[in-house]
Design a protein around this ligand. Structure first.
Ligand code: XCC
Ligand code: SF4
Length: 646
């Protein structure tokens, strides 16, 4: 156990009482957590932190000394610029691959539905299916939904390969943006193609022009944002329904002391959708009663949680750093995992309790977990088997270990683009009017992970509060959304925390000032909304008063997201420093040079209050560029840095 936990040191790890309560238990009972393992790793490798280490071949591993005393080149001759560029590109390829492979799994499910071979999935949104078919040039005349699903899925599978010159969904971007992509040679062609090409280029002895490597990395990220991730979002909507505003709740208090609790953890909604159905099965509910439970309670974690929260209003137990802590409530019968962001440690934590961990995708197995291979064709049957396992585990509970620490906080979710436009009366015009008259100054996507290097949820919630107080609408996804939910920012009453303009708009519409747009693949909803605003105004996305922020990111997927957001013309502020500082050339390119090419840059600012100032200044500059009433950006003072990181 780390010394960081002496006394009430655990309060430094998170801003939340539910996390404190569990960390206190971890300390008392000697249960290891992510924070202990981080402490054990410190000091982490300086070369890796700066991005100047390489193990791409067996002449290495190599490292370049950014301070000039040690070697300046790897064995092959690669300098800091080449090594940093290659590492960054590979990170983006890994993140883009994760999202896009998730998209592929949903696409294959649509295909199974098209073949009439699923026992549970169906087309929930025929209109969206038709709209996609049109975008893909598939004629809908006289075809059943099933036939269309079969045909469209074949077409979309081409997005993964090499028969396309351009990804069709990228055609949703404004014409001016697409021209930029054409001109710079980064228009994404095929999802798998761009990922593979990154791995090829970064092999020793291939692409050794760091600018050229990074341009391809942008193309790779765009194949995620306007490709694989967008396919995941669109087809999840087609199969499981377009999210609509709903009221739910969040934090460890959503677990129920007298019910069978099942945690749905990971990213892919296929299985969890089925679990929702299986948990309502009369026979299984009767079995739960027989075992002495009052019912079956589902709760989400990470982005699988966001998916079922958005569409079904299933309550949310927490974000990334809560995955070990939620097991420590002693009230979890089953943690069901699919893939991504699942710590390999959860099975170990579960061993201290009666909790079972079940993995479900053959590509994602975990130590100390039982594996039940998921087959979408037999979805319901497998779902019922899993829920029954949870119910049977209820009798193994240890009553004195049940410790559900807090009351849940209410939160709204379900703000798909369709829902937002619906609330506005069908067009983006009212939102544009509010931005034009200055009652809303702009909009910012606060997205991404939790990272134990940053006090949990501090980055997300401080930044969000600053932005809404300054009349900037905030849209959230992923673990950022869960953080803001826990902080009570995602209920209509939170309009009182917003500036006068935003507050009035929210009150008129009955919406919170912070809108939950979904999981991390659903960042594509933000792209679609930005494109709709830009197209209505007849400008490029980069002209709009928008920004992105990832205050506590940890994942390779977040790097892919940040890059496609910047590549789409949106300025993005990162809270965690990416491993690029070993190459001043690349830092300059990312923070300045990209402006001339893509009309947007990255910034790195760990302090959320200072990040808010950077974003406000940026938004005022964009407003001035559109001749909208603007405050002088220079009059927005930068606060002294005041970091409360771990
Ligand atoms: Fe994972 Fe999506 Fe990050 Fe959260 S926000 S830690 S990626 S669950 Ni995507
Ligand atoms: Fe070293 Fe070059 Fe091999 Fe990387 S690719 S490990 S820098 S020799």
């Amino acid at each position: 156990m780390s010394t960081k936990f002496s006394g009430n040191g655990y309060k430094k790890m998170s801003i939340n009482r539910d996390a404190w309560a569990m960390l206190e238990i971890a300390q008392r009972e000697g249960i290891e957590t992510v924070w202990d393992r981080l402490a054990a790793q410190e000091p982490q490798c300086g070369y890796c932190n700066l991005g100047t280490s390489c193990r791409n071949c067996a002449m290495g591993p190599c490292r370049v000394d950014p301070f000039g005393d040690g070697p300046q080149k790897g064995v092959c001759g690669a300098d800091a610029d080449i090594i940093v560029a290659r590492n960054l590109a590979r990170t983006i390829a890994a993140g883009a691959s994760a999202h896009s492979d998730h998209g592929r799994d949903i696409l294959e499910t649509l295909h199974i539905v098209g073949e009439g071979k699923s026992d549970v999935y169906q087309i929930s949104e025929p209109e969206k299916l038709h709209q996609l078919a049109e975008e893909y040039g598939v004629s809908i005349d006289g075809k059943s939904d099933q036939e269309l699903a079969a045909e469209l899925s074949w077409e979309m599978m081409e997005d993964y390969g090499m028969r396309r010159k351009k990804l069709p969904l990228a055609g949703r971007a404004p014409a001016a943006r697409q021209e930029i992509w054409e001109k710079t040679g980064v228009y994404p062609r095929g999802v798998d193609r761009e990922n593979v090409e990154t791995l090829h280029r970064t092999h020793m002895g291939v692409d050794n022009d760091w600018v050229n490597i990074l341009l391809h990395a942008v193309r790779n990220s765009l194949s995620d944002g306007w490709g694989g991730s967008m396919i995941a979002t669109e087809l999840s909507d087609v199969l499981f329904g377009i999210p609509k505003p709903n009221s739910s709740s969040v934090n460890l208090g959503v677990l129920k002391a007298d019910q069978v609790n099942i945690i749905l953890h990971g990213h892919n909604p296929m299985l969890s959708e089925v679990i929702v159905a299986a948990s309502q099965d009369e026979e299984i509910l009767a079995l739960a009663k027989e075992k002495g439970a009052q019912g079956i309670n589902l709760a989400g974690l990470c982005c699988t949680g966001n998916e079922v929260l958005m569409r079904k209003g299933i309550p949310m137990a927490g974000n990334h750093l809560m995955q070990e802590l939620c097991i420590m409530t002693g009230a979890v019968e089953l943690m069901l995992v699919d893939y991504q962001c699942i710590m390999p440690s959860v099975g170990e934590t579960a061993k201290c309790f009666h909790t079972k961990v079940i993995s479900t995708f053959d590509k994602a197995k975990f130590p100390n977990a039982e594996h039940i291979s998921f087959d979408p064709a037999r979805g319901l049957e497998i779902g019922k088997q899993i829920v029954r396992t949870a119910v049977e585990n209820y009798e193994n509970r240890v009553p004195e270990k049940i410790r559900i620490p807090v009351e849940p906080v209410p939160m709204m979710a379900g703000f798909s683009v369709e829902a937002i436009l619906g609330a506005l009366g069908g067009t983006p015009q009212p939102l544009i009017d509010a931005i034009v008259d200055g009652s809303i100054r702009g909009a910012v996507g606060v997205v991404g992970c939790s990272n134990p290097k940053i006090k949990q949820d501090l980055g997300h919630t401080e930044l969000t509060k600053q932005l809404i107080a300054n009349d900037i609408l905030v849209v959230v996804t992923g673990c950022a959304a869960v953080a803001d939910g826990k902080a009570g920012l995602m209920v209509p009453e939170a309009a009182d925390l917003a500036g006068p303009g935003l507050s009035a708009v929210c009150k008129a519409l009955g919406i919170p000032p912070v809108l939950h747009m979904g999981s991390c693949v659903d960042n594509t909803r933000i792209l679609v909304l930005a494109a709709a605003l830009a197209n209505t105004l007849g400008v490029d996305i980069s002209a709009l008063p928008l920004a992105g922020a990832a205050p506590e990111w940890y994942s390779e997927k977040a790097v892919a997201i940040g890059t496609y957001v910047v590549g789409s013309g949106i300025y993005t502020v990162l809270g965690t420093a990416p491993p690029v500082f070993g190459s001043p050339n690349i830092v300059n390119l990312l923070t300045e040079g990209l402006q001339d090419v893509f009309g947007a840059t990255f910034a790195v600012e760990p302090d959320p209050n200072r990040a808010a100032v950077l974003i406000r200044r940026h938004i005022e500059r964009k407003r001035a560029g559109l001749n909208l009433p603007a405050i002088s950006p220079d009059s927005i003072a930068m606060p002294e840095a005041e970091l409360t990181l771990v």
